[in-house]
Unconditional design. Sequence first.
Length: 333
Amino acid sequence: MEKTRDYGFHIYLRGIILLGFTLLFFKLLATGNITNFIAPRMMPFMYFAAATLFILGIVQIWRSGSKNKEELVCNCGFDHGESSTPIQSILIYSMFVLPVVTGFMFYDNVLDSSIIEKRGFTSSKQVVEKQQQAGAFDGSGEKEESSTSDASDTSRAEAYLDDPDSYMENPEEAKEGIDEKLADAPLEHPEGFEVQAPPEGYYEELKAEMLEMDTIVVDDDRYIPMMNIIDMNVKEFVGKRIEILGFVYRESDFTKDQFVVARFGLSCCVADASVYGTLSNMPGAQELKNDDWVKVSGTLTSTNYNNFTLPYVQVDTVEKVEQPDSPYIYEYY
């Protein structure tokens, strides 16, 4: 009888933990802070998870009150009894209790420029030319991949001719160093970012709409496709007025007047967050600090940065603003 009561207590405790996760999900959903962790298109899974955990928690608590041993065990042939020592039980339950407690106690921070410094903007497999030639959207990526490969081969040949002895001593290290240089382009997504396929003709229609605008206002709902279009068609947008909202970020080799107006884009969750941003220039920009949220207006032009042609905003007005309720951007089609 004593063992049955102990087992019932463990079932009750597990039910409480399940309800704890349910309440944590409910808190994130009710406050809207859930979008600080996942993209809106993942919300149906969160609702399903919250409902499932709630049902399982209620079932566990209901089962724990039974005095019938047959109702407490599943008779599946495995031992589901409690741990042999109290310390072992505490350690196991702590693994589930701590995430719930910390979820209620700690503030929901958002990604900032410190994450960009650690992750960087670039990837060895995705360079700016791919977006400029629309390879990610029209299936022409094979040609661009070949061109990148040819450039890499040429660079390795040049490295060998410059110092053949050093190259042959560490060929893999030399290759990695060259590949990193080839990828040295700012404002690019990290490897693994999955671009959601837009509807057929979406980019063409949006591009035509943007070209007709007196001032291109980059809104949150269309931030990703609008920036992709500008990246792919820099020359066509030179001279256009543009208005962008984002936070300030600088790389170490920027001049005092240069900065990036950046946003984090989520495809699934914060683990795959990638950086979108526009290189900007403004006299007196050194007064802006990293992570300051600003709304900038200016004229689009182009610049060459590390041998890459990038859109460039000559800023004439800048306004400091509060961080928006939804600091991340997502793909909406």
